[in-house]
Design a protein around this ligand. Structure first.
Ligand SMILES: *Cc1c(COP(=O)(O)O)cnc(C)c1O
Length: 332
């Protein structure tokens, strides 16, 4: 792999830290837990989409686009970060927000929804759950073209092979850091959502023959279809990056045990995890992604599926701005 061949914008002028979760590791009485602080990536509020946008926005600029178009749920971190990248590049941004969680749309909401307005989004289109988001983004692009403008469509979550290169870069950064720190990591635990993060990490570790297991915690889809989707995206991402050995299907492991009643809906485990990370480590999780992922991490340690001597790296993919729209759920 030789990622320097791809056009890239830089939004994080440093490596995100790897820290030991001392208090959480001793509280759980087992496993050697570390965190990769991708919540500290650049652009407003940080989080995993920043890595994907480095490649996606570089491509948009190469194509001469003047407006970024993307979609997400009404509290989307991805939409916030896409808009922040647009602001930084002097582009405009149109967003399609899906009322994916019943009753979740509140035009006076705090959290990411407030930040979209503060960051100066050009226009938001709010749709019902299940709407054809790709078709709506195409319509917006056509509307812009009719005005002599040029839109660039970024898929939901930035999860196409080009965006997922950002997590190949993260895999390589992590291998270098763990080598410097002398940490022989056995397993990485990450959220598995639109998939670019999970797929990019697997592709990057495979391309480096690293032999580190990756456990993906689903926050929405069932295990079978999610594994299939991640395998396809990881294979396409590895191919784009120039990896020539096929990616075995069994490198993709997803658990859907921590989704609870559905995407964005709270679970007991999520609430416990968000409180434990805050109160033991001073780290803010989010209610939709990292809270459920950390709930999975904690439960797998408690059940012994993650062994007491395993060295585990939890990828903190960000999302804390969404906390400010979930106070009632998270406080006692
Ligand atoms: C989007 C998001 C994820 C999921 O990442 P995918 O690449 O979409 O699977 C995880 N955590 C946070 C905070 C996110 O915003």
């Amino acid at each position: 792999m030789h990622l320097a061949r791809f056009p890239r914008r830089r939004y994080t002028p440093y490596l995100t830290p790897i820290e030991r979760l001392d208090h959480l590791s001793s509280y759980l009485g087992g496993a050697n837990l570390y965190v990769k602080r991708d919540d500290l990536l650049g652009l407003a509020g940080g989080g995993n989409k920043t890595r994907k946008l480095e490649f996606l926005v570089a491509d948009a600029l190469d194509q001469g686009a003047d407006t970024l178009i993307t979609n997400g749920a009404v509290q989307s971190n991805h939409c916030r970060l896409t808009l922040a990248a647009a602001v930084k590049e002097g582009l405009r941004c149109r967003l399609v927000l899906e009322k994916r969680v019943p009753g979740s749309y509140d035009p006076s909401a705090s959290g990411n929804y407030f930040l979209l307005k503060l960051l100066g989004v050009e226009k938001i289109t709010v749709t019902e759950a299940g709407a054809d988001l790709n078709a709506i983004m195409e319509e917006i692009a056509a509307e812009l073209a009719a005005e002599g403008r040029q839109g660039y469509i970024i898929p939901g979550g930035g999860s196409n092979p080009l965006g997922a290169l950002g997590y190949i870069a993260c895999a390589e950064e992590t291998l270098q850091q763990t080598f410097d720190l002398g940490l022989a990591v056995d397993r990485i635990v990450t959220t598995s959502g639109s998939g670019g993060t999970h797929a990019g990490l697997v592709a990057g570790l495979h391309g480096n023959s690293a032999g580190i297991e990756v456990t993906g915690i689903s926050v929405r889809a069932a295990k079978g279809p999610q594994e299939e989707k991640i395998h396809q995206l990881a294979a396409a991402t590895a191919e784009l990056a120039g990896v020539t050995t096929p990616l075995p299907r069994d490198r993709i492991v997803v658990t859907d045990d921590y989704v609870g009643p559905g995407y964005g809906l709270p679970t007991e485990g999520m609430i416990e995890a968000a409180r434990l990370f805050a109160r033991l480590e001073g780290i803010l999780l989010d209610p939709v992604y990292t809270g459920k992922t950390a709930a999975g991490l904690i439960d797998l340690v408690r059940k012994g599926e993650i062994g007491p001597d395993e060295m585990v790296l939890f990828v903190h993919t960000g999302g804390s701005p969404a906390l400010y729209a979930s106070q009632e759920t998270l406080l006692d």
